[in-house]
Ligand binder design. Structure first.
Ligand SMILES: NC(=O)c1ccc[n+]([C@@H]2O[C@H](COP(=O)([O-])OP(=O)(O)OC[C@H]3O[C@@H](n4cnc5c(N)ncnc54)[C@H](OP(=O)(O)O)[C@@H]3O)[C@@H](O)[C@H]2O)c1
Length: 293
């Protein structure tokens, strides 16, 4: 029997690196794709055969990455290039004879698309995957618990955490749960043809999350409210692309109105255990928030 080869795109990022570890623990045959193989080789224990150079913006780089691959984990960096990049990958995978794609998407994708929400960038890729004729699974996670690392510098310095989403709450999900569900879908046909919406066990606003941080760190974690006009100004001043500023602003507005204020039991259904809590994630990462004195 041929050994199935799984290609992991986004293997150097938050979710992809966890998918890589989980697949290796299962003894799966893996290949990782990156734009910078030398950097990955220098920072991992992967063999040269397990690393391939590939750029989703360069379709000509994809056939070599996909040669002999049976299953693909498709993860693309958030941004306006995402739809075309995913379409490039799906076209190349179909030509290369890939059998299954597991695509990382985002919560609320496909629901009343306006073309102006962050999740709308995932819709063309979802449509390409679902219309490819290959076996597929789509994962739509809520906001990652690891986004809280953006606050680490402020928390270490005792400065307030900026709250750009008011009282808007979401089912903050642990990246480990996202990666474990992805791994299950990559390894078993049981999940083919399914869209999973992945959330944590409860919805949390930014003040709820900082309260969890404060309890775990045993010191106050203050919050400062930031309105949308200020967020927009700050993003533009930081040189962010206008298209990213626009969808981020729209997404934050929807979020403030409670767009993502729900949880699902999809993590439990796939993994057979409850989703991990934000408090559990903080306990694993508390060193990032402590200043070491
Ligand atoms: N953060 C959240 O709360 C959240 C919630 C729901 C969904 N999502 C979705 O999750 C995805 C991001 O996941 P993540 O946080 O794990 O990613 P990440 O840590 O930002 O890593 C991005 C990865 O994309 C790769 N990449 C970037 N441009 C590429 C290109 N042109 N060709 C090939 N690879 C490229 C990078 O690899 P190299 O640099 O090594 O090439 C890197 O491994 C996005 O699609 C986002 O919409 C995020």
């Amino acid at each position: 029997m041929l050994v199935a080869m799984i290609l992991i795109t986004g293997a150097t990022g938050t979710i992809g690196s966890l998918v890589l570890s989980a697949l290796r623990q299962h003894g799966a045959e893996v290949r990782t794709m990156t734009r910078d193989p030398e950097r990955l080789a220098a920072t991992s224990a992967l063999s040269a055969e397990q690393i391939v150079r590939g750029d989703l913006d360069q379709p000509e780089s994809l056939p070599a990455a996909l040669a002999g691959v049976d299953t693909v984990f498709l993860l693309t960096a958030f941004g306006p290039r995402l739809p075309e990049q995913e379409q490039n990958l799906v076209a190349a995978a179909t030509t290369a004879g890939v059998q299954r794609i597991v695509k990382l998407s985002a919560i609320s994708t496909g629901e009343d698309p306006t073309g102006t929400r962050p999740a709308d960038w995932h819709l063309p890729g979802e449509q390409a995957v679902r219309g490819s004729g290959l076996a597929w699974t789509v994962l739509r996670p809520a906001g990652f618990a690891s986004n809280a690392l953006q606050w680490a510098e402020s928390v270490r310095a005792g400065l307030p955490v900026p709250n750009t989403s008011g009282t808007g709450a979401q089912g903050v999900v642990d990246p480990r749960d996202v990666a474990e569900v992805a791994t299950a879908a990559l390894l078993s046909p049981e999940h083919d043809g399914t869209v999973y919406t992945l959330t944590g066990p409860e919805t949390l606003s930014v003040p709820d999350q900082t309260a969890v941080l404060a309890a775990e760190l045993d010191r106050p974690v203050p919050v400062v409210e930031v309105d949308l006009a200020t967020v927009r100004q700050q993003m533009l001043a930081a040189g962010m692309d206008e298209s990213i500023v626009k969808v981020t602003e729209y997404g934050l507005d929807q979020f403030r109105r409670g767009d993502a204020d729900f949880v699902t039991d999809d993590v439990q259904r796939v993994l057979g255990r409850p989703a991990l809590s934000f408090a559990a994630w903080v306990r694993e990462h508390r060193a990032a928030f402590e200043n070491g004195d």
